[in-house]
Design a protein around this ligand. Structure first.
Ligand code: GLU
Length: 256
């Protein structure tokens, strides 16, 4: 099975903004194990800006573009260094791919991306993909990694997209505000009501939120790919997800 796993900044960092080493270690261990079992793994990882903010000891996530891009330049190094270290412990080789919207919109660049990705997988490496935040301004940015992960899943012909985040999945309404909120285990159709239930954006650390995840799931469903939204703090949840056991919210890909 080819699986694209996306992990968000809020999962990879503590509330202090510093790297959550336990989660990163566990994520790399589980992904390595899944790969050892014969699956193909592509990781889409956020965290560049969050880690740059922490490493540069900035007081908060910057709002101006040059500081954001500078933080991403520092943080992307830190991110890959940490992945290399943990994946290396499980005998895996990581490869960094940074993309912008321009890269996936142009046939020629998308082709190059595709060829590189396929070759990396053949060579046994774990591709780690992020937006190229140091050059991506509004006009050329995909903007959030949920969308980027869906683009990667569709263009690489993945069987499954997993969006690891800081909630257990999609709820009937916002569980932070309504104690009656219920987790939806299975979604076969994305309706306007679901978008309304998903609400707005995420945390102080990340960019996405539930609505970008729904758009990502929608894109994958239309291309026959299942998407699962699940909590990232326990990466072992990936074992259940790959076995098709109930975990998080599964969006069923439509059969052609
Ligand atoms: N590319 C951004 C980063 O690595 C994150 C985008 C997102 O959270 O969706 O910081």
């Amino acid at each position: 099975m080819r699986v694209v796993v996306k992990v968000g900044s809020s999962t990879l960092s503590h509330a202090t903004g510093k790297i959550n080493l336990r989660i990163m270690d566990s994520l790399c261990r589980v992904l390595s194990d899944i790969k050892n079992a014969g699956n193909e793994v592509i990781l889409v990882s956020s965290g560049a800006i969050a880690m740059g903010v922490s490493k540069l000891a900035l007081p908060c996530r910057p709002s101006d573009i040059p500081t954001k891009q500078a933080a991403a330049a520092v943080g992307q190094c830190e991110l890959m260094y940490t992945y290399d270290k943990f994946f290396g412990e499980y005998n895996q080789t990581v490869a960094q791919i940074l993309l912008t919207a321009e890269d996936v919109e142009s046939d020629e660049r998308r082709n190059h991306f595709h060829n590189t990705l396929e070759r990396l997988i053949t060579l046994g490496a774990v591709p780690v993909i992020n937006e190229n935040d140091t050059i991506a301004t509004k006009e050329i940015a995909v903007g959030d990694n949920d969308t980027l992960a869906a683009i990667v899943a569709v263009s690489s012909g993945a069987d499954l997209l997993v969006l690891l985040t800081d909630t257990d999945g999609l709820y009937t309404c916002d569980p932070r505000r309504d104690s009656g909120a219920k987790l939806l285990p299975l979604v076969e159709e994305i309706t306007p009501e679901l978008y309304a239930a998903a609400g707005g954006s995420g945390t102080a650390l990340g960019t996405g939120g539930m609505s970008t995840k729904l758009c990502a799931a929608d894109m994958c469903m239309k291309n026959g790919i299942d998407t699962v939204i699940a909590r990232g703090s326990q990466p072992a949840v990936l074992y259940d997800i790959l076995e098709g056991k109930g975990a998080g919210t599964r969006f069923k890909g439509k059969k052609a």
